[in-house]
Design a protein around this ligand. Structure first.
Ligand code: GLA
Length: 728
């Protein structure tokens, strides 16, 4: 039974195959958190240390018991005003501006299946794969109810959380904080791994001990952002890829967010995660509800590697809705780095023709095909095809490309507008600007008010017509600035809701595209990987990982990304050398091997490749197609710490039955008279014998996972090898 409630002790346990999450109802409805960790059958509330601690107050109904304090007891959904002075999950203000609440348990129910969230993405599960727990809390003062939702997916070792807050009174209240999760740990010394970044260098894994005080991670940018990914790991101080407790928490939300981690004075660690509460004042009218985005938790006792693999399986089976996880994705060519906005229709067809000859499946036409868009200063928002530039209509161009045996993809950026555009002139009220304040521009863009369904629908209609007429197979949906001057002209009372509603507007747009074009493959993008999160993945099954396509930079970017997200959702292309971004010179083999740990494609002008390079590209595509099933269905193992290891980077895919594996390594440095270099494998069957397909040498899984593969010495700064191992 995944969910067990012991009425006598008031203990509610949520079990997955290998983990347990436990709560206890205590002291007139205080909802305490007793455990999240490896599976246990005990009532873990025995471990709660009751103590009378100075300056930690007691709720009125604790009467004379000074050991009951929300400030020291582990809380499930702590609220501001209850006497808990740590980071809280919930806070609101009444009409008079008075804040302070105290939520108490009033009941719970267990429902079959996994709950869904209205208008929000959420982990889904087939019947029999999940259960839902719904716990109702009531504020002691105001007629406000909170329903805490838990999804339990036993086979995935995943617990999800959300909260629905409803104003059941007859006066409005203002929500100021509504986190998706709070986790209290009674003891333990943890490290946290956060994934910081910037444009062109996303998701850099940074591991530090959790210390006293509070660390805040998040984004205020209106998007989940390049700067901090909405994914955080808490792990044992000595956790490695293969051992130790590792807990990953991901927020299924593509807007601003916030996460806090801190150790209190009594050795307890608290983690909270949810929407960003700065610039959030959500006016809840009588009868109105607010839904917090879903937080997704996955825990493993077998280290960071297994935590990641559990996340990967969860995402492939329970977050991505299309295509089926095992369906091969097209190898594409994108013209961005080949031409930027300087192209004609003939040039695009010529790129496609050359690429088709190399074995590429799809041509993606990037920015610059619409309006008067000749640079990033103008034209954005004008969704009419620039036939003069293309020399023909878009359906005609698409037809020319299809005749080459290729599919056709198109870049769009629906949320944005340039000031020099027809759209900005015709609909100034559709643009976020604060009356009386000149707006902050970024890439010369302003942001459309996607909190308004009418604006979303108008842009959708324009783009839908183009997508339908040209029978577009694939969309790259971009978003190239952070949000500022967030002010809606539609609903003057609701400025504190706009950022939340904006993200719902993006989801509304994507869902409508999916409904109208069920076979359309959509790639998410935000100046590279500036909106790389579970919320987007629910709609866009792959996301452009970074605008930096230098393979050596990508080693760190894709490594950090892999902690939560599976390789087959990471947009990765082979581009030219020297790199357009860094100027670094790398061999084509290295660029190919690194892009194959992602969606794989090309972002260059094939006409500029030498005959030898063209042959190498043909071979790369054959190699990718051969290994794609293994990469889609197999388990991914990180073999090196790409943040620390300056010498090499390595990873591998192992088939579910362990009969086949693909090891990739890249050397990152060159020395004379070097020490021998090894790559130690993971995930193989130690008893089985594996043959290296290229050399014919056979070794046991045990040898490959202990001694490892000896990296042959090769000259040159960067080299790459792919080793295909087959069980004998
Ligand atoms: C963003 C994307 C790029 C490209 C440009 C076009 O930067 O990440 O891949 O599409 O926009 O303007």
């Amino acid at each position: 039974m995944p969910v067990c409630f012991d009425a006598a002790s008031g203990v509610l346990s949520l079990h997955t195959d290998h983990t347990t999450y436990q709560l206890a109802i205590r002291h007139r409805g205080l909802l305490l958190h007793t455990w999240y960790g490896p599976r246990v059958t005990d009532d873990m509330s025995y471990a709660i240390p009751y103590a009378d601690r100075g300056f930690s107050g007691n709720p009125a109904d604790a009467e004379d018991d000074r050991t009951v304090s929300c400030d020291t007891l582990p809380q499930e959904y702590p609220c501001e005003g209850s006497g808990d002075f740590r980071a809280t999950a919930f806070g609101l203000r009444d009409q008079g501006g008075v804040s302070g609440c105290d939520l108490r348990y009033v009941g719970h129910r267990v429902l079959p299946g996994k709950y869904t969230l209205p208008r929000l993405p959420a982990v889904f599960a087939e019947e029999g794969e999940a259960e839902t727990v719904e716990i109702t809390l009531q504020d002691l003062r105001l007629p406000v109810q909170v329903r805490l939702l838990y999804g339990v997916l036993p086979g995935m070792d995943c617990i999800t959380r959300s909260a629905v807050i409803t104003n059941r009174g007859d006066a409005p209240v203002t929500l100021e904080n509504a986190a998706s999760l709070c986790l209290d740990f009674l003891h333990g010394e943890f490290d946290r791994i956060a994934f910081w970044g910037k444009h062109s260098l996303e998701r850099q894994a940074e591991r530090r001990p959790v210390g006293h005080g509070e660390e805040v991670f998040g984004s205020r940018r209106g998007a989940s952002s390049h700067h901090m990914n909405p994914f955080l790991v808490l792990c044992d101080r000595d956790a490695t890829e293969d051992s130790g407790l590792a807990l990953g928490c991901a927020l299924m939300w593509s807007g601003s967010f916030s996460a806090r981690v801190g150790l209190d004075a009594f050795g307890q660690t608290r983690l909270t995660m949810g929407i960003q509460n700065e610039r959030f004042n959500y006016l809840l009218q009588p009868g109105e509800s607010f839904t917090a985005p879903e937080a997704v938790m996955v825990l493993s006792e077998q280290g960071l590697g297994e935590m990641s693999r559990r996340f990967h399986r969860l995402i492939l089976g329970h977050v991505l809705r299309f295509p089926r996880p095992d369906m091969p994705r097209p190898v594409l060519i994108n013209n961005w780095e080949a031409t930027y906005m300087d192209f004609t229709g003939d040039k695009i067809v010529e790129i496609a023709r050359q690429a088709a000859g190399l074995g590429v499946d799809m041509m993606v036409l990037d920015d610059g095909w619409f309006g008067r868009r000749s640079s990033d200063h103008d034209g954005l928002g004008d969704w009419w095809v620039n036939e003069e530039k293309l020399g023909c209509s878009l359906p005609r161009l698409a037809e020319r490309i299809r005749r080459l045996g290729m599919k056709f993809g198109l870049w769009i950026e629906p949320e944005m507008v340039n000031r020099p555009s027809d759209l900005a002139r015709e609909h100034p009220d559709w643009i976020f600007t604060i009356p009386g304040k000149p707006p902050v521009t970024s890439r010369d863009q302003l942001v459309l008010d996607f909190s308004r369904p009418d604006v979303v629908d108008a842009i959708l209609e324009r783009l839908d017509r183009i997508i339908t007429e040209a029978r577009v197979d694939y969309i790259k949906m971009d978003m190239n600035r952070s949000l500022n001057d967030v002010y809606t002209q539609a609903d003057f009372q609701s400025q504190g809701k706009v950022l939340y509603r904006y993200t719902l507007g993006v989801y509304r747009f994507l869902q409508a595209l999916r409904d109208r074009h069920p076979d359309l493959l959509i790639e998410g993008c935000s100046g590279g990987g500036g909106r790389f999160d579970l919320g987007m993945l629910y709609f866009t099954p792959q996301i452009w990982c970074s605008d930096d396509t230098d393979p050596i930079e990508r080693l760190k970017i894709q490594y950090g990304t892999s902690f939560c997200y599976p390789p087959c959702v990471m947009g990765a292309h082979v581009s030219v050398s020297p790199s357009e971004q860094t100027g670094r010179v790398t061999p084509l083999s290295v660029r190919g091997a690194v892009a194959m740990a992602g969606t794989f494609g090309y972002e260059l002008d094939p006409a500029r490749l030498s005959p030898e390079e063209k042959e190498e590209v043909r071979q790369q595509i054959r190699t990718f197609r051969r290994y794609q099933p293994l990469m889609l269905q197999g388990d991914y193992y990180r073999l090196t710490d790409n943040m620390a290891d300056r010498e090499k980077a390595a990873w591998m895919f192992v088939s579910p039955d362990k009969s086949e594996a693909l090891v990739t390594w890249v050397t990152r440095d060159a020395h004379d008279n070097p020490a021998a270099q090894f790559v130690t494998c993971r995930g193989l069957d130690p008893e089985a014998l594996y043959r290296d397909e290229a050399t014919g040498e056979a070794r046991t899984g045990a040898a490959l996972m202990r001694m490892g593969l000896l990296i042959p010495r090769s000259k040159g700064e960067y080299t790459a090898r792919q080793i295909h191992l087959l069980r004998v």
